[in-house]
Structure formats: C-alpha cells, structure tokens
Design a protein around this ligand. Structure first.
Ligand code: ACM
Length: 531
C-alpha cells in the first residue's frame, strides 16, 4: 500500500498553495465535457510514481482501462504506475470497481471519489470506467513536477447522448492508418465514442473490396488536387476498428450511394450509365459507349458535388451494392452501415427513393442498422434507420415523422471544415463561419424546431477534407471546435454556459500543446499555454 507522508503533503501545499486554493478545489478543475455533478472536499491526493492502480478481481476488462489511465497519465507525469488485481478496496492508491449494488443511468455513467489516500472509480462496466479515466486524466496537471495534486471530492457523471460522434472524410484526401489512430486518440480524450469514416466519394474509393478489386486499386489512386490518394486494405481497416474499440470508439463506415460515386464508375465501366442532365432528363455519357460496352468515367480530382449517380436499370448496380455492403458488414463488428444518400442531384427522384428502400433491405439482410444523410427521409424508412441531419429541416423532419432516429450534424454549427472566420486559410464557408462559440452555443433539441426531440440520439461533427491534406490540417480545423461539440453532446444545454466553457477551454491550451495538437488559437479564448 502506498502511504503519503505529511512532509510530502505539506511540501506540496507550499508549492501549490494551501487547501483552500484552486489546486485543491475540485469544482475549479477544468473538466471538459462538464460532468453532471462535482462536489469538492478541499484536500489533495498526491499521485506519484509509487501510486498503484488496483482493479477489482474478476473484471479483466478493467485491467486494460487501468492501463489506459497509466499510459495517459504517463504523458504528463512520465510515471509508469503498477497495476494489481485485488479482492477488496485498498486503503490507498487508485481503485477501479464495478459495484453490483448501484443503479446507473446508462453504460457511459461513472463516479470518481477522491480522498487524500484513495481514488475510487466506480462504473457499471468498462465503458463507464474508460469515461472516468478521461476525466481523471484531465485532473492530472500537465506541468512537470515530482508529485501531482488531484483535488479531493466526488464526481458523478452521465452523458446527455449515447451518440457522441466525429466524422472524417478520407475520400477527398486520403489519411494514413496512423493519422486515423491519432484522431481516435484525440477525440476519445473528450469522450467522443463514434468515428464515422466517409470512405468513398467522387474523388476516391478508400476501402479494399475483394470482389471488386479495381475500386480501391484504380478508384483509390488519386485525390483532390491530383495527389496519390490511397486506400485501406481490409486488414488495415480491421486494425483501425480494433484500435478504436480499445478506446471504446465505434467505427461507422460510409459508402456514399447512389451519388458521390464517380470513383466506382471510373473503376468499372459496367456501372457507368452516363450522367443525367437534371432539368432535361437527358443522359450524357462522359465517355461514349463503344462496341456495346460502357467505358469507365475519368477519375476526378475537383471539388464539385452532386453530378454522378449509379443507375437503377443497370444490371450490375445491385450486384455491386450487395457485394460492397456484404464485405463491409463482414469487416465491421459495430452495428451500423452508413449508405450516404446525400446530394444525389442527378438521380431521378423516383429512382432515388427506390435506391434507398433497396439499400435499407440490403443493410438489414446483413444484420446492420442503416444510417443515411437527411435526404433518406424521402424514402420509406422506418424506426430502425437513422437519418443524419446536416442542412435541410424538411428532409430530416420527414425522416423523424417516419420514426427514424436522428443524429444532429448541422453544417452551420458543427461542420469542422467551415472556416473559423474570413481570415482562415483552410476550409470552406458555404454554410457559415464557425468560430468556437458558434460550435458551442446551440441546443440539439431545439435547433430544428419540427424534429421530435425524443428521436434525437446524438450529435456528430463532420470534417470534410476538400482543403485539408495532413494531420496538422485535421488538427487545426478540428481543435478546439471538436472539444466544444464533445460538450454539446455530453452536457445538457441548461447546464452549459459559454463563460464557463471559455474558462475551462482556456486551460486546455497547455494540455493540447503537450499532446502536440496544432490547434486554432481562437481570439475568443484567453489561452493558458506552457511558456
Ligand atoms: C453533406 O454535407 N453533403 C452531407
């Protein structure tokens, strides 16, 4: 057992101020997302290299959660704290337990009780314990010192939504497995638990489909601006999924259908039925049909949207869709497949509805839940489907009135590819300029007034990649807005305030800096950084 001497405690008090100071006031801790309840008792737990993390015996899944705490705390402290299994609560150290005599609001819930001797993390299971670790890691100071003060008190916590998502577009520009893993790490620090990967678009097909190999080999061979592109092999994709699972993040793969599909039409001529001119209904082949065999389209490296489509009447179309959704379902343990469905401007409306209805059947036949962008509200979707709101109240309302669940991703609030202001070099501005307060100040239940609140299951922040090419670009557009969105998804609107968030976020400047995050230093925040 680890005992702290009075000398060590008193010295720390001299360095950090006495017990009434902010270092020992748990309610002053800059926690994001803001927990449900925090009570301070004004003393200090000292974390040092001999602090042991204990795990209640019989709960092997808690061992990896305890390991995550040790490795995350290590980034700040450099300590490699030991982990031991025990049958009952120790007298001192950090103790992870799954008590069977407590009722929890949901699997994400947890409590942290900090006394001078012992930190007790209680949760209904590993998910809640992992959330607790993210909170506890934010209580470990980032400034280097020999002993780290954790203020005493009790935190009780549970999120507003079970769906707290981020989306990364790996189609317009391709990002490596290592980049995606880093993004998973960074978002999971703020309790984001879904990563939606936009795997295909006009400019690139980024996932190996073994029954249609040319999709990745040819369709993945370039990107916006004409760079080399790339794709994930099935093994690499599974590696990303497993990495995400170890951080309790579910990967949601998106294949964008029936529009945004040029990379597939460029890979297989038999899918290419030409482009329909919207007003005239006339079909234009970008490459003429030669010798009875349709030619593939050219690869595309621009950023226009809404000009490509699958064709309902082509015999190969549904063989392709069925193969792709089957292979994707087989390599995805999570319950969701996203079929896109947005901006199919050159698909005839009746064909679009037929497409979505058939995609829904195919996704269900593969044992998965279908997600699509809000436009799928026009089809015969049901309560098992999820529609993702992005821009159009009417389509989203159609979806919710048919019983579909709704994920809120309003472009004017949480599209992370929108410029912060008119001086931001990266990003676009077709929806809005999105400063940090814009991303923070909105209520998911009230944003689209016609939507039935009980249908709303979460919030997700998409990052489209027309203008971004590398991890620094991702970080600059995502941070700190993704942190604001994490709190929107976790903490009820009534419990949030911009002033409080601003003060807490300011203190995360040094944390992001220590994590090497290339974040946007918004002039609206009084950042505290390590000098
Ligand atoms: C979208 O932004 N087209 C979903």
């Amino acid at each position: 057992m680890v005992k702290y001497s009075c000398v060590a405690t008193c010295c720390a008090m001299l360095v950090f101020g006495c017990c009434s100071g902010s270092k020992t006031d748990l309610t002053e801790a800059a926690l994001i997302p803001k927990p449900l309840s925090v009570e301070a008792s004004g003393e200090a737990f000292l974390l040092n290299e001999s602090t042991i993390a204990y795990v209640e015996a019989g709960h092997t899944d808690l061992v990896s959660v305890a390991q995550r705490f040790v490795s995350q705390a290590n980034l700040a402290t450099g300590f490699t704290n030991e982990i031991q299994a025990v049958d009952e609560a120790p007298e001192s150290g950090i103790y992870f337990e799954i008590p069977d005599n407590r009722r929890w609001m949901n699997e994400d819930a947890y409590s942290i009780t900090v006394t001078k001797e012992l930190i007790t993390i209680s949760a209904p299971g590993a998910v809640g314990a992992f959330n607790a670790v993210q909170t506890l890691a934010q209580l470990v100071p980032f400034e280097k010192t020999d002993e780290y003060i954790i203020p005493t008190g009790v935190i009780g916590d549970s999120p507003l939504f079970g769906w707290r998502g981020a989306m990364l577009d790996v189609a317009r520009h391709f990002f490596s497995v290592e980049d995606v893993k880093r993004y998973i790490d960074l978002i999971s620090y703020y309790k984001i638990n879904k990563l939606h990967l936009h795997l295909t678009d006009d400019q690139g097909w980024r996932i190996e489909i073994r029954s249609w190999p040319n999709l990745a080999l040819h369709g993945g061979s370039t990107e916006v601006g004409g760079g080399d592109g790339g794709y994930y092999t099935q093994e690499q994709y599974k590696d990303i999924v497993a990495y995400a699972q170890s951080r309790f993040v579910t990967i949601i793969p998106e294949i964008d259908l029936p529009g945004h599909i040029n990379s597939a039409l460029a890979s297989y001529g038999e899918l290419n039925g030409g482009t329909i001119v919207p007003e005239e209904g006339r079909v234009v082949m970008s490459n003429p049909v030669l010798g009875g065999k349709a030619k593939p389209t050219e690869l595309y490296t621009g950023i226009e949207v809404g000009w490509s489509t699958l064709r309902l009447e082509k015999p190969e179309t549904f063989r392709f869709v069925e193969d792709v959704i089957r292979e994707l379902s087989e390599m995805t343990p999570g319950p969701y497949i996203h079929i896109g469905g947005d901006e199919a401007h050159v698909t005839k409306k009746e064909d679009y509805i037929e497409f979505i209805n058939r995609f829904s059947d195919i996704v269900k036949a593969n044992g998965k839940i279908m997600i699509g962008w809000e436009e799928i509200g026009q089809a015969s979707i049901d309560g098992e489907s999820i529609a993702q709101y992005w821009n159009n109240d009417e389509y989203a309302t159609m979806a919710s009135s048919k019983g579909a669940k709704i994920i809120m991703s309003p472009a004017k609030k949480v599209y992370l590819d929108m410029k912060y202001d008119s001086t931001t070099e990266l990003g676009l501005n077709w929806a809005n300029y999105v400063e940090v307060d814009t991303a923070y100040l909105w209520d998911p239940f009230k944003y689209a007034y016609e939507l039935e609140p009980e249908r709303i299951v979460g919030v997700e922040a998409p990052l489209w990649s027309e203008t971004i090419e590398n991890m620094n670009d991702i970080e600059f557009l995502a941070f700190p807005r993704i942190i604001a969105v994490a709190e929107v998804a976790w903490t009820p609107f009534e419990s949030r305030s911009w002033d409080s968030f601003n003060r807490r976020l300011a203190k995360h400047g040094s944390r992001m800096q220590s994590l090497g995050i290339d974040y946007y230093k918004s002039p609206r925040i009084s950042w505290s950084e390590i000098k």
